[in-house]
Design a protein around this ligand. Structure first.
Ligand code: SAH
Length: 381
């Protein structure tokens, strides 16, 4: 097992120092403790390689007292920067790009931002990589759009890393702990990269939401679609749909997909992804999922299958009560938090649904996170 020299200071990996097989056993046990009383829990699907899985890497820059430029991450619960050259869960190419950016700064006379004084140009670098297409997006988060010899900088960086397909300046001149500001200025390439999940292409820009570990996400989505039991005719609601990944992946096997998501930027991406994949049977709405479902139920609409993937806080009674009224024969409940999932399963059982099987997945090795898909069936079907 690789040991991490930064673990003590960084604190990002709570399963540090534990073998991967033991980590999976711990996640299995945790899932069973919460969900086994409802139905069988299948063995967790782990990663083939638990290292370097994060496709999105964020580095913060700083200067030490003796003037050296460092890059790394914030120490846990603080704004002190821990210098990190090579993180065991981050994409290795992304880390190499960050090291080279850091080493190029001095010769290009690019200053790094100092949180205390508010002086300096470069705050962060965000590298997004696409595992399927190999494309890489570099986002340089800066306090001013005036970046010294930007064309030469991009040229020099691409010489070292020709796999970089786009470079963007993101302007963040606010005193804030948010990494990204609102404005993007494209320096090179289209300003985004594309990746594939389940045979569909997704556009990833600086701001867009995308799975951190798409290899595992794809496995989970395939399982969710299998559990949905689609024959090509069903009306499927993809609730809490983000950029529409699950719904679009399911669209070839369904009659109709209706997606609902609160974040307007994610909905825009979902609509764009629908068009670019020439999917004609999917529609996406920007709304609170609970209100949307309540309205559908009030309008006398029905649905055959509801796939739901709520945030960590879980779903709401408003959502689930409306689900009971819409009466889908199947609910496929995807969750990143089995504790709230347990609470919601208990509620749905009262509304006439029964949990049938649980499939846990590991997306985030060296952390305690676990993702689960649970199939629930309406009792009288
Ligand atoms: N299914 C997507 C995203 C799941 S993450 C995927 O697999 O990629 C959960 C999503 O729920 C986020 O995109 C978040 O913006 C959205 N969300 C949070 N609260 C919501 C609400 N009340 N109504 C609708 N969507 C909500």
């Amino acid at each position: 097992m690789k040991t991490c020299p930064y673990a003590k200071k960084c604190g990002g990996c709570d399963y540090q120092g534990i073998s991967y097989s033991k980590q999976l056993a711990m996640k299995q046990e945790y899932t069973e403790k919460l969900l086994k009383e409802f139905c069988p829990v299948h063995p967790i699907t782990g990663m083939e390689d638990p290292y370097h899985y994060r496709n999105k890497v964020h580095a913060v820059f700083n200067r030490t007292r003796d003037g050296q430029i460092i890059s790394g991450m914030y120490e846990e619960n603080s704004h002190r920067v821990v210098p990190v050259d090579d993180c065991q869960i981050e994409n290795e190419k992304a880390d190499a790009i960050i090291r080279d950016i850091r080493d190029m700064l001095r010769s290009f006379k690019i200053t790094v931002y100092n949180e205390r004084s508010g002086q300096g140009l470069l705050r962060h670098a965000l590298i997004r990589t696409a595992s399927f297409t190999g494309q890489i997006l570099v986002v340089l988060v800066v306090t001013s759009p005036i970046f010294p010899s930007k064309n030469n900088f991009v040229k020099a960086l691409r010489k070292k890393h020709p796999e970089i397909t786009s470079v963007v300046l993101n302007l963040n001149d606010k005193y804030t702990s948010m990494v990204l500001g609102k404005r993007d200025i494209v320096l090179y390439g289209p300003g985004y990269i594309e990746d594939q999940i389940c045979g569909k292409t997704f556009r990833i820009s600086a701001q867009s939401f995308y799975q951190i570990n798409p290899l595992q996400a794809e496995k989970l989505y395939n399982k969710a679609i299998e559990l949905a039991g689609l024959t090509g005719k069903e009306r499927v609601i993809d609730a809490y749909c983000g950029t529409g990944t699950i719904g679009l992946a399911a669209s070839d096997n369904a009659g109709e997909i209706i997606g609902v998501e609160l974040n307007p930027e994610a909905v825009k991406d979902a609509v764009r992804n629908t068009k670019s994949n020439q999917v004609r049977n999917a529609r996406f709405y920007c709304a609170d999922a609970g209100e949307f479902m309540e309205q559908m139920a009030a309008d006398g609409e029905t649905a055959d299958v509801v796939i739901m993937d709520p945030p960590r806080s879980g779903s709401t009674e408003q959502f689930m009560d409306s689900l009971g009224k819409l009466g889908p024969s199947r609910i496929v409940y995807v969750s990143c938090n089995p504790e709230t999932q347990r609470r919601d399963i208990q509620y749905l059982q009262k509304l006439g649904y029964k949990a049938v099987e649980v499939w846990p997945y590991d997306f985030f090795g060296f952390t305690s996170h676990v993702e689960c898909v649970v199939l629930m069936l309406r009792k009288n079907t």
